[in-house]
Design a protein around this ligand. Structure first.
Ligand code: PMV
Length: 371
């Protein structure tokens, strides 16, 4: 798919009416390629990763990354990505990750994203994106969510777009569906389903003050996954025997999740999270060819949570993403009990405990990659 404007300057229909208006406004009024942007200016932003409690899996066809279902997540404190944008003197967009040139896959994905951005907010020339992160790359720990949320905020600053958080979430979603949620702090919803670009935005989910939640990430592996979530979703959408059922039942999970948050009902929330997670994996396993991200340690950890609940009641619930790592939702008061159970069952294991974190935000240049 190419992203050129039509001869008459019109934007392709797939961008949706809202974006067509926006492009026209920017195109006629304020073109984003003054000398000022092309030389010394830089913009830096930070975003935390987020983990879904009610999962999304599958997207609409096309480049807009509209999730097939609505989802709910938790933004993780102190687990994220710092991005700096500047003009590139090269004849292509540049990506530098941890002081090294980004690999072909990451660079190609970034290039496609920045060309989509150019469609929305026309600018001349190319951009240089420098990122550093404490989230392991492409191992189901939401590195791309943090990366694209940080980029969206940096772009907003770099071009002085003054986008609202809602519009930032739309911009981040074009890079990675789940990135839309990292724009917001704490607990976050993201609309998906049969909707247009402008309707697939993230929003803060009201959480009852009685809920004092945290997420423990049990890291089984930080190896890069064998198939990207984007490609895996494509296979599942086309071939999974259970994909339709996942779509049909996820509306209720989303609705019930929002209610559980507002009531402070931890038991319902955890139950919905596990149900949504296991349905997502059932979709992957029933695809042709089947997709599996789990490892033996993933199953061990799940069993450890089941055993823990037998002994202590419903104090912890698990979820996983496109990778083998297990994330456990529990209340602050149960952290020690949960960690002990995981370590005694699974031995040497890296555990990270996260509380709800801040939404994506700009940083001053002086924080540059030392944060
Ligand atoms: O947004 P992506 O393409 O990184 O896909 C994320 C999909 C899951 O993490 C598995 C689920 C979710 O809702 O975040």
């Amino acid at each position: 798919m190419t992203y050129h404007l039509g001869i008459d300057g019109a934007v392709p229909e797939w961008l949706g009416i809202g974006l067509q208006n926006r492009v026209h406004r920017f195109d006629s009024g304020r073109h984003l390629h003054s000398k000022k942007f092309m030389t010394t200016r830089t913009a830096t932003a930070y975003a935390n990763a987020n983990i879904a409690l009610v999962k999304y899996w599958g997207k609409h066809d096309g480049p807009l990354n509209i999730p097939a279902v609505s989802s709910i997540s938790m933004t993780l404190d102190g687990f994220g990505c710092l991005v700096t944008i500047s003009s590139s003197t090269s004849s292509n967009h540049e990506l530098i990750i941890e002081d090294k040139i980004g690999d072909l896959r990451a660079s190609t994905r970034l290039h496609a994203y920045l060309e989509q951005v150019r469609m929305l907010f026309p600018f001349n020339g190319f951009l240089r994106v420098v990122s550093s992160s404490n989230v392991p790359y492409a191992s189901g720990l939401a590195s791309s969510a943090a990366f694209f949320a940080a980029i969206a905020v940096a772009i907003n600053d770099f071009f002085s777009l003054k986008l609202s958080e809602k519009n930032l979430s739309l911009l981040a979603r074009l890079g990675s569906g789940s990135a839309a949620r990292s724009i917001f702090r704490g607990f976050v919803g993201l609309y998906g389903g049969a909707i247009n670009h402008d309707e697939a935005f993230a929003f803060p989910v009201e959480s009852n003050a009685s809920l004092d939640l945290c997420m423990i990430a049990a890291v089984v592996s930080t190896k890069e996954k064998s198939i990207s979530s984007r490609d895996a979703m494509h296979v599942c959408t086309k071939t999974s025997a259970f994909f339709k059922e996942f779509i049909a039942t996820s509306k209720k999970d989303f609705h019930d999740g929002i209610i559980a948050f507002s009531r402070g009902d931890f038991l319902s929330l955890g139950t919905i999270m596990e149900h949504s997670t296991l349905k997502m994996f059932a979709v992957m396993w029933s695809a042709m060819p089947a997709i599996n991200y789990w490892q033996p340690a993933t199953v061990l950890l799940i069993n450890a949570i089941y055993e823990l609940r037998k002994m202590h009641g419903p104090i912890a619930f698990f979820t996983m993403d496109a990778g083998p790592n297990v994330k456990i939702l529990c209340e602050r008061s149960s952290i020690d009990t949960v960690k002990e159970a995981l370590l005694s069952t699974c031995g040497a294991l890296t555990l990270h405990t996260f509380f709800p974190g801040a939404g994506a935000h700009r940083r001053e240049a002086k924080d540059l990659h030392n944060a």
